[in-house]
Design a protein around this ligand. Sequence first.
Ligand SMILES: Nc1ncnc2c1ncn2[C@@H]1O[C@H](COP(=O)(O)OP(=O)(O)OP(=O)(O)O)[C@@H](O)[C@H]1O
Length: 608
Amino acid sequence: MSENLPATTAPEPGADTPQVRRTGTVRRVLRNPLGALSALILALLVLAVLLAPLLAPQAPGASTLSEAFAQPSAAHPLGMDSAGRDILSRILYGGRGTLGGAVLALAIALVLGVPSGLYAGYYGGRFDAAAGWIVNLVMALPAMVVLLASRAILGPRVWVLMVVLGVLVAPSFFRLVRGIVADIRGELYVDAAKVSGLGDTRIVARHVLIVVRGPVIIQVSLVAGIAIALQAGLEFLGIGSTSSATWGAMLNEGFQNIQRAPRLMLWPGLALGLTNAALVLLAGAIRDALDDRAGAARKRSRPRKVRGRPAGIEPATRTASLADATGRSPLLSVRDVVVAYAQADGTDKHVVHGVDLDVHPGEIVGLVGESGSGKSQTAFAVLGTLPEGGRIARGSITVDGREIVGLPEREHRTLRGRTLAYVPQEPMSNLDPAFTVGSQLAEPLRHHLGLSRAEAAARALELLRMVEIPNPEQVLRRYPHEISGGMAQRVLIAGAMSCEPDILIADEPTTALDVRVQAEVLDLLRRLRTERGLGVLLVTHNLGVVADLCDRVAVMNAGRIVETGDAADVLDAPQDPYTRTLLSAVLDDAPARPAWQPHPSTARTATA
Ligand SMILES: Nc1ncnc2c1ncn2[C@@H]1O[C@H](COP(=O)(O)OP(=O)(O)OP(=O)(O)O)[C@@H](O)[C@H]1O
């Protein structure tokens, strides 16, 4: 059974994977000529507006009636308006109202839309339903009518209208963020972060916000343009405040004097046009930069699948729990555990039926069975990470003698980070493509062990050496897409070992790897078990892996353990009919296929 797993330990080829350096988003935006130009225009505009008191020739309201409609001169480079006020000063000061109003509307929209979108997307449930309902309601309101009504009730102050506008555009941020977060909530690297004992706030801050921030920045650019245009439009129509100098109010004034001095419309129009064009171009450049960055990295990640129940053999009765042959007390002890999912009709669906299982220090216990037999559900029950709707309906699980069923989530998290560790099935999907290997290894070290940045980096290097990764210094700086699958699995094992756990739960740790790399990873687990006295629960459907690695084995079928015992005994002389069927499915004693013969008609044609 183990002959398909050659015991080779040659270093893997991933060590020579060419390194693709990723540059930051800001640098990418600035390398794009349109991005650089639009950023420069916006920066100059904002700077000029902020420095208005230094740059403006006079106060925006200062008026010399005798100079009304005066042409540009050295003292007044853009000329004077209909009331003899300096146009340049009004443009500079007016930008404060226009840009400041847009910033206010954006701030309100971001504060209302982003956190609620994060919460609704991440947790779903009633909050999501209620927030969705409110958002639909707000989006159904005609914005212009609401703004006009607000102006009538609350007065013409631009700030008030911008607050109302902020509330009206907040749903666009909510929908954007909620959609993205709901999508990545099922990503395996988010699950992996949970299993490594990180809290929700930390996961959102590190793994979720980074995905959301790009689209939100693009949306900010677009909404800022809309806010500026709307505000200018209201003031142009004479609905906004006429007392303060804003670009919209200047447009209004210019329009009233369009016959006499059309240039009065030119300057505010130019300021508005430039600002909006720069915002739109910048949004495009940011989107391109983020698309480039995300391209290779994100497409591997897939949400976790929910497996269906297989057409299996009828369950046999449970023969025995994994008895302790040596008398040592088990590190992990599972007794009579039932995992249930609540159904829509109010009944419970049991997917694990009274499982008993023990793992002792320095022991590798295989949990085998065909797909859908309940192996992963048992592992998730131990880790306290059953999918939504699942619960332990009965039974006891002790870790080092301590009961963990019913433990508060906070304590379970600490346990997962420090005592129980998990190695998942798909190494690539369980690494966050946005962070380097070093950063991902250092995160739990800093969180659980309180190490400083430098200490965590040094320990991460040590861990990579421990799992025998060639050129560990280089690998620390690489992103997941720059390393091979086998190397990614070693990185995950290193991460699982980072807080020196007592028990490792490995869920099909070699399934996604080629045969040679599988053997190397199994060797690594064997070495860690021997050197560190680690107890390993190895979830697998591969009896070859069991024969190669496990001390004991528990065979699962339809949510029940049907046979347990010493791995060699169970594989050599299976007692349960289901185990025999499982073994016969992999035995290589089927008659050899007859040699290929040409079809008689083909043969005739060939000889004709
Ligand atoms: N979220 C869920 N809700 C209801 N039933 C579920 C859920 N997840 C899994 N199940 C059911 O639990 C049973 C056991 O699934 P489990 O994932 O533990 O199987 P497995 O032995 O690990 O299979 P595989 O080798 O494919 O991972 C299956 O019948 C499956 O349909």
